[in-house]
Design a protein around this ligand. Sequence first.
Ligand code: SF4
Length: 444
Amino acid sequence: MTEAAPKISFVSLGCPKALVDSERIITRLRAEGYELTRSHAGADAVIVNTCGFLDSAKQESLAAIGSALKENGKVIVTGCMGAEREDIDAAFPAALTPNLLAITGPQAYESVLDAVHKALPAPHDPFVDLVPPQGVKLTPRHYAYLKISEGCNNRCSFCIIPKLRGDLVSRPAGEVLREAEKLLKAGVKELLVISQDTSAYGVDVKYAESAFGDRQVRTKFLDLARELGDLGAWVRLHYVYPYPHVDDVIELMSAGKVLPYLDIPFQHASPSVLKAMKRPGNQEKTLDRVKAWRQACPDLAIRSTFIVGFPGETEEDFEMLLDWLTEAKLDRVGAFKYEPVRGAVANDLGLPLVPDEVKESRYRRFMERQQGISARILKGKIGKRLPVIIDEAGPTVAKGRTKADAPEIDGAVHVFSRRPLRVGEIVTVKIEKADAYDIHGVAV
Ligand code: SF4
């Protein structure tokens, strides 16, 4: 007779990279026969994958640990916050919380599994051990994140990720491509390529070749993008920096091999702020680059994020950013108000801090400026027929995304259809209406 499998409840916080870590841990747990459950109450233990990027994310992580302890008791903590554990120790002192079983850092898969094994020995049952070969995905089946590297060689002054995750370590291209193939076989239609710095892929291994099928593929951004494009799915590139070799990838976009979409965190436009931020890439000529890319690939959609209120940002710097935004006409933009993350070099630059109310008003002005730009871009889509991938489907209405929209972060297309649509299906939609963030249309 089979003994009941221990049940684990899993909380995954943070960015897509943390999500990929969660998927790996969950895949291993399922492979070993553990079951997953949605509620802490019915679980034998809880794993919390934390995010420590901003203080607000840390607070969210501490709250998640607190409720797991309250609702369940046995808790294992992993992720970015585990790498600098003082805040966790302060909130949950070991003497008072013996049920906080282990605290490990990001990508510490083995330590997490060791802690689980210690608390809840795995049942040995080959029938429970069944795991789909592509692993367990936390994203819907039709799209998946593909993590190509860990860590980062840059040292942006506001960021502690290199401290937490170390320098760049690229996965061999062959390994990434085999994972992509498995995902597509399992029904994935869209691959979202992620890392801390996608365009730096392979620098650490000097672009070494690795085997994929009967050929050798270089561990290089362009080569990987080309090979992924050949697999036939939608391929979306995130966290790309405007290095010169990005121009070659734009050619793949014009040729329809990878999606005409670039997620580039520009962060600012004023040279003095960018310098203080120690941003990689030649940031000063980015407007020219953006224009050249658009000339080569007119359908290109660019998404970016910016920080307002960085220490030393003057009104003049900020105005420069607004002007840049007006000229760049980016499709999708997110903004953060600068937060002094503990351990970040930016706190020690000796630059004057921007008062909170100024940060707040700059944030508002920034978002207002971009809203007008996005609205105009979306209005320009009215009358077009665009391919849309369906994320949620009802009998006559569905929600999806065009090639210009990444899941979770960009807008949506609300689709009316005479026939029921399936999740993951790519349909042509005639766009009829647009608002500030979303567009609406009819499946044709
Ligand atoms: S590129 Fe900069 S912001 Fe991004 S992870 Fe590396 S150091 Fe941090």
